[in-house]
Design a protein. Structure first.
Length: 319
């Protein structure tokens, strides 16, 4: 393995550990080390919330950049991200339906705590089935991007209609979710998200090798025996599976793969995937620290960071 890659990986891992320790100590109440180990201490509940915050940022840091990495490599477009196929928008739409229409529903406690995640997962899976149904009709990759934009616009319009007729509390709950409310994620939701992320990572592992062939061109990939139709299915399923369910965390799936290509050889896709996960965790933990310190919602921070970077990327590509 390349020496520079090893050094970069070790430095990012050290930075991740430092950011996690800082994140555990950020909050209105100061906690002792014993509070994180004992479930009977007075501050145990607060300690558990902070641990959940760390774990959620870890899972989001793994999943969102992985999704963006897969889509950018498949479409050969550095501006592709989880929202490019409408994944984020449809997940948001399904959560909106749940929030706006579940006021009078009586659900088991497990489902009450976890249904936001389940709704987002369900929306992603429905879109995945739609994409798989239509992908066979699109020979050109760019048509899938256009289809994703249309789906995003339609989902956004429906969400706007729901917001127009929603009650105040429902509207408030959806707005809080859309801000990326990482402090409201329960342990049950983390378990569900962990299973989905592991599934997505397994599909990503199966996808990397065909993507290497695909990056050399369609004709060359076919000569190597790469099944392009199967590759398309794997990319759609994997990117749907690993999309975050905290709320629509914007731009991370676009920006992190771009930084990773600056740090290491873009042609080394296995190393690029590892760097995407590690750098994604570091950036999400860092943004969580800023969010807790400033009390700004996570999605606002990622947007303030991501938009200038994407604009610079667009200007660079136009030269």
């Amino acid at each position: 393995m390349n020496k520079n890659f090893k050094i970069t990986t070790i430095l990012i891992l050290i930075a991740i550990l430092v950011s996690m320790v800082i994140n555990l100590n950020i909050g209105f109440i100061k906690l002792n080390f014993s509070d994180f180990l004992s479930s009977s201490s007075d501050q145990a509940q607060i300690a558990q919330l902070r641990i959940n915050r760390i774990l959620v940022m870890l899972l989001a840091g793994i999943s969102i950049p992985t999704s963006g990495f897969l889509l950018q490599e498949y479409f050969q477009n550095p501006l592709a991200g989880p929202s490019v196929l409408g994944i984020t928008s449809v997940a948001s739409l399904s959560v909106a339906f749940y929030i706006f229409f579940s006021q009078d529903l009586i659900l088991p406690e497990f489902l009450q705590n976890s249904f936001l995640s389940i709704s987002a997962i369900g929306g992603s899976l429905v879109l995945m089935l739609i994409l798989l149904a239509f992908s066979g009709k699109f020979q050109d990759k760019s048509f899938l991007i256009i289809f994703g934009f249309l789906i995003s616009a339609l989902a956004g319009a429906i969400v706007s209609i729901l917001q127009f007729y929603a009650e105040n509390q429902s509207l408030k709950n959806y707005v809080l979710w859309s801000f990326g409310a990482n402090n409201q994620v329960s342990t049950n939701q983390i378990w569900i998200l962990s299973v989905i992320v592991i599934l997505g990572l397994f599909l990503t592992f199966k996808t990397i090798k065909p993507l290497i062939g695909n990056s050399l061109g369609t004709a060359y990939a076919q000569s190597l025996g790469v099944n392009l139709r199967q590759l398309k299915y794997f990319v759609i399923i994997a990117s749907s599976s690993v999309t975050a369910f905290l709320g629509p965390i914007l731009f991370i799936g676009i920006v992190v793969p771009h930084f990773c290509r600056m740090l290491f050889n873009p042609a080394k896709l296995w190393q690029q995937w590892i760097l995407n996960m590690l750098l994604g965790i570091l950036i999400m933990e860092f943004f969580s620290i800023i969010s807790e310190t400033t009390q700004y919602p996570l999605n606002i921070i990622t947007s303030l960071f991501g938009i200038p970077v994407i604009l610079m990327m667009m200007l660079k590509n136009s030269k």
